[in-house]
Design a protein around this ligand. Structure first.
Ligand code: NAP
Ligand code: MG
Length: 402
């Protein structure tokens, strides 16, 4: 078979630990035999980030802006223990944070659904995609403990010195206060990323806040979404046969539980943090979640939703067998290849991505899976395999389909 050609390079961001091992296996077994893989390679493994003073992370994000599509392996976010382990010059920032700041995007997370791994919520037959706003609110809040009786106020001082003041509370005794902010520009980017992603994936978009209680803060989110939708997206949504739906956050939660799924649920920063963990655990496993960062000007970075699976890596280093699930990392590649194909009008590449996903699902549904899935599956007579054999089994299924 002739290998599929690629016209534009994909930005490849390699990573750390067990996922770095899976990365190579996926390339060797599932991609290189079938595609003339054209990537611009950036090594985001912690050692090279440290060697380049993290410049490689910045360069990889800039390359994503240049080419439009990236695929990223999970990476270590250094903490005190990692400083020692890797003798780091500095506690480098989270690569995802750095990339997100440069691309200014929204993260979309969706479960990969297979028969035999059933969601806890039995009516969820289609995936629910969470879109989390990744800027501001309580994550950039300022807090204060109030020591005793007195008046707490919020004050804004304009550049010309004019002040706007609001009373928070007249305290009779001890208490607490919190100030937080967001930016209209960031909310606008968030809205556009959500509308574009809904069009891309042909799914309805839901958005919810608590605007009845938060009449200025949350209401601004609601208004910005509505204005942008009315001005720029009404006709596009109609043409695509999808809808935009706004409701209160508590109403949204009740509706989500009773729904069959199949839509994007846009959440403010805190709601997205909490709800994405609820949705992903209800669907089964972090190893079965895709994650894509979409920027408002249309750049895409695909990754797995889980980390570097450190515990498995240490077993691997000791020569012990591991059974690490590579599905989310395979889907990071298929997502990126399909998007690259779409942007370049490369149908063969898009079809290959579809087939690789089908082969992955079929392999699991036919009973071959890694240990994490074997523990939760409803299938009988499961064939539990190690990390490498799982990928080899997918290759066999794929070859049968090509
Ligand atoms: P993790 O890599 O997500 O793994 C936590 C546990 O979840 C594993 O020990 C394993 O459970 C299970 N698990 C996760 N992914 C799995 C997979 N693909 N197959 C099978 N089991 C899987 O989180 P962590 O070990 O707490 O974090 C390790 C490193 O990842 C940290 O340095 C952190 O900074 C980084 N991280 C990176 C990203 C990212 O790049 N996007 C995201 C999160 C964390 P068992 O051990 O019980 O089998
Ligand atoms: Mg969380």
């Amino acid at each position: 078979m002739e290998k599929i050609k690629m016209t534009t390079p994909l930005v490849e961001m390699d990573g750390d630990e067990m996922t770095r091992i899976l990365w190579k296996m996926i390339k060797d077994e599932l991609l290189l035999p079938f595609i003339e893989l054209n990537t611009e390679y950036y090594d985001l493994g912690l050692e090279y980030r440290n060697a380049t003073d993290d410049q490689v992370t910045i360069d990889s994000a800039k390359a994503t802006k240049k080419y439009g599509v990236a695929v990223k392996c999970a990476t270590i976010t250094p903490n005190a223990a990692r400083m020692k382990e890797y003798t780091l010059k500095e506690m480098w920032k989270s690569p995802n944070g750095t990339i997100r700041a440069i691309l200014d995007g929204t993260v979309f997370r969706a479960p990969i659904i297979v028969k035999g791994i059933e969601p806890c919520v039995k009516n969820w037959t289609k995936p629910i995609t969470i879109a989390r706003h990744a800027y501001g609110d309580v994550y950039k809040g300022t807090e204060m403990k109030i020591p005793g009786a007195g008046k707490a106020e919020i004050v804004f001082t304009g550049e010309d010195g004019t002040q706007i003041k609001e009373l928070i509370h007249e305290f009779n005794g001890e208490g607490i206060v919190q100030g937080m902010h967001n930016l209209n520009g960031s909310i606008e980017s968030f809205a556009r990323s959500c509308f574009n992603y809904a069009l891309d994936t042909k799914q309805d978009l839901w958005f919810a806040t608590k605007d009845t209680i938060s009449k200025k803060y949350d209401h601004t989110f609601k208004d910005i979404f509505q204005e942008i939708f009315d001005k720029e997206y009404t006709e596009k949504f109609e043409a695509a046969g999808i809808t935009y739906f706004y409701t209160l956050i508590d109403d949204a939660v009740a509706r989500v539980m009773k729904s069959e799924g199949g839509y994007i649920w846009a959440c403010k920063n805190y709601d997205g943090d909490v709800m994405s963990d609820m949705v992903s655990s209800a669907f089964g496993s972090l190893a079965m979640m895709t994650s894509v960062l979409v920027s408002p000007d249309g750049n895409y970075e695909y990754e797995a939703a889980h980390g570097t699976v450190q515990r498995h890596y240490y077993k691997h280093l000791k020569g012990e067998e591991t059974s690490t699930n590579s599905v989310a990392t395979i889907y990071a590649w298929t997502g990126a290849l399909r998007k690259r194909g779409e942007l370049d009008g490369n149908k063969q590449l898009m079809e290959f991505a579809d087939k690789l996903e089908k082969a992955t699902i079929a392999t699991i549904e036919n009973g071959t899976m890694t240990k994490d899935l074997a523990l939760i599956t409803t299938l009988d007579n499961v064939n539990v395999v190690n990390s490498q054999d799982f990928i080899v089994a997918i290759r066999k299924t794929l070859e049968g389909m090509l």
